[in-house]
Design a protein around this ligand. Structure first.
Ligand SMILES: Nc1ncnc2c1ncn2[C@@H]1O[C@H](COP(=O)(O)OP(=O)(O)OP(=O)(O)O)[C@@H](O)[C@H]1O
Length: 604
């Protein structure tokens, strides 16, 4: 649990070395690939937006015709033209209404399809990425990708894009309408555009600053929350609640302040726009009114000009409102495209070799390995484990035992040399065969929400209830499961039964037993006490290891003593290699460890 501030989330480390243009190109590429399947519907939506805006812009022009042509005709006793214009106005209003409603519906359909596609892609891709990525990318960041980033895109796609397009079109059409109707009034509008542009530019710059500040603040709040709650045991164990709460509150306060400032900037922008809009209306009215007096302008045209001028600035406020959505969606797209551009560091083989019936012969041939660009953790490892042998890895903390296990399970690939299964480089083994041939059981014995049976069946999807029970019996967990409220159907998530660490370990043994791999890699739980209550786990473990190649990171003396062979690892090298009895007799590091172990057991 750290209390230092996390890095600003704007810069994702996978963007390092890329120019902004490259990042943008990557985002646009993602957007294009998302829109491709819905391209027809998207174009249709665009067309509908254009028609709706054209219908809207026709209104004031029809008013002008009504006043200037319809009214005089009516005075002359002919109601026809006015009725025609009124009918036309009603029709355009109807078309505008129907098409605007259609826009909302169509945009929602397109955006939901795009989001579903993206959500799926992000999940599948993140899941496919190698362990190396997951050990580096914090859970808070992963959560942000699936929640706030997708939300930011949803907000924009669900209405923002069409509103932006509609607003832009409305301004262009309104200005065009005004110029066509009366270019002098158009000129007045053009003058008013200048302060409008200046104000909009000011708003863009200011709101961008505030927006970034607010995004950084909210990301900190989320990361802090996730980090604290993930590490809640440490927080409570060390009584850090008050301190962590203070840090959190300071970050939440910064988020509030950033939002308050953003709202203030928005307020200034909106007020400014209303002011400019009203002054423009007054100017158009004044200039036009004088010309009406001179007889140079028809009253109807003046009314239409005033209506156009009034309408012109309203869309700017909308654009301003969605500018932030647009920004956050752009940032979200950059981060999502960055995530999707990550390649698994453990790629699938180009020409996979099938290993349908693996024997379980394992070899490390001149393996050199370190994490990422870091120092060498395994300088050069040569090791042969014949099929069926149980090997216990022992050594001090940080010696490299887990690293050997992770290379064997192909969570990582060596920098040099190769790890071979039945003589085939793991990099070439068909992933389907590798996953059935090799199973890694980790210390944490993770159980997914669902029934006990489903958790065991993870080892072999499609296993029958009888097979699941047989596996549970084999590792000695059947009686325990049978005694649970709903037996094998007992839910093991937070709403259901909480299993103890040892019980979870047994369930994970049953899972591995059912999978029946040729090679088992096992990180034994760190408890080193061989107390009687652990006997069950010990027996289960022994059954699990029988009849297959097994590499165990051993923490219990009994496990080590039952192994066929013990490897003492020190600084990434194997310093002792032999049967437990041989190593005890040799009187080196293992013999020392063995003596300490026995002492601790005696005093326990
Ligand atoms: N994901 C990682 N990224 C970078 N370095 C790592 C990573 N995991 C382990 N290391 C480093 O590799 C070295 C060997 O670690 P490893 O986890 O293999 O040791 P170990 O023998 O299994 O220790 P323990 O018994 O404490 O689990 C250590 O120096 C550790 O700091």
């Amino acid at each position: 649990m750290t209390t230092t501030a996390p890095r600003p989330p704007e810069v994702d480390d996978h963007d390092a070395g890329l120019t902004p243009a490259q990042v943008r190109a990557r985002s646009l590429g993602l957007l294009a690939s998302l829109l491709r399947p819905v391209a027809r519907r998207a174009w249709l939506t665009a067309l509908v937006v254009v028609v709706a805006q054209l219908a809207l812009v026709a209104g004031p022009a029809l008013v002008a015709v009504g006043i200037d042509r319809g009214l005089p005709a009516l005075r002359g006793g002919d109601a026809g033209p006015l009725l025609l214009v009124a009918g036309g106005y009603a029709l355009t209003a109807l078309v505008a209404g129907v098409f605007t409603a259609a826009t909302v519906r169509m945009a929602a359909t397109v955006s939901q399809a795009v989001l579903l596609d993206l959500r799926r892609r992000v999940f599948r891709h993140t899941q496919r990425l190698s362990l190396e990525f997951h050990e580096r990318y914090t859970s808070g960041r992963i959560i942000s990708r699936q929640t706030s980033d997708l939300d930011a895109l949803r907000e924009l796609l669900d209405g923002g894009v069409t509103t932006l397009a509609a607003s832009g079109l409305a301004m262009v059409f309104t200005a065009t309408g005004l110029v066509l109707l009366d270019w002098r009034s158009g000129l007045v509008l053009l003058v008013a555009v200048v302060p409008g542009v200046v104000l909009t530019r000011w708003f863009q710059v200011r709101s961008q600053v505030q927006y970034r500040r607010s995004r950084t603040a909210v990301a900190r709040v989320i990361v802090r929350f996730v980090e604290t709650m993930t590490g809640i045991r440490a927080v409570q164990a060390f009584r850090r609640e008050r301190q962590v709460a203070q840090v959190y509150e300071a970050e939440a306060e910064e988020y509030r302040a950033a939002n308050a400032e953003a709202i203030r900037v928005n307020g200034v922008f909106d007020t400014g726009l209303v002011l400019i809009g009203n002054v423009t209306v007054a100017a158009v009215l004044l200039v036009g009114g004088l010309r009406v007096l001179d007889g140079a302008l028809d009253v109807g045209v003046l009314v239409a000009a005033v209506l156009y001028a009034r309408r012109f600035f309203a869309p700017l406020a909308q654009i301003g409102m969605f500018y932030n959505s647009f920004q956050s969606a752009t940032a979200a797209l950059e981060k999502l495209s960055g995530l999707l551009a990550q390649e698994p560091t453990v790629p699938d083989p180009a020409r996979p070799v099938r290993l349908r019936e693996p024997a379980g012969d394992v070899r490390f041939a001149g393996v050199e390995f370190g994490y990422r660009d870091g120092p060498s953790v395994l300088p050069r490892l040569d090791l042969h484990v014949p099929a069926g042998q149980t090997v216990a890895l022992v050594g001090e903390t940080g010696a490299g035992k887990s690293t050997v296990a992770k290379l064997l399970a192909r969570f990582y690939d060596p920098r040099e040399g190769a790890v071979l299964l039945d003589g085939v480089d793991l990099r070439d083994v068909d992933p389907r065969d590798l996953r059935t041939a090799m199973v890694m059981v980790t210390q944490e014995a993770y159980l997914f929400s669902g029934s006990v049976a489903a958790n065991i069946a993870l080892g072999r999807p499609g296993a029958t209830r009888a097979e699941i029970e047989a596996a549970a019996r084999a590792v000695g967990v059947h009686d325990l499961v049978a005694s649970l409220p709903d037996g094998y159907d007992t839910e093991v998530d937070t709403r259901g039964v909480r299993l103890s660490a040892g019980q979870r370990q047994l369930v994970s043994f049953a899972r591995a037993f059912l999978a029946d791999p040729a090679v088992l890699v096992l990180d034994e739980a760190t408890s080193s006490l061989d107390i009687p209550g652990e006997q069950l786990v010990q027996d289960g473990l022994r059954t699990l290891l029988t009849g297959r190649t097994a590499v165990v990171i051993a923490h219990r003396l009994s496990t080590v003593m039952h192994a066929d062979r013990v490897l003492v690892v020190d600084g990434g090298r194997v310093t002792e290699d032999g049967s437990p009895a041989e190593l005890v007799a040799a009187g080196d590091r293992f013999a020392e460890l063995h003596r300490q172990w026995q002492d601790s057991l005696r005093s326990a």
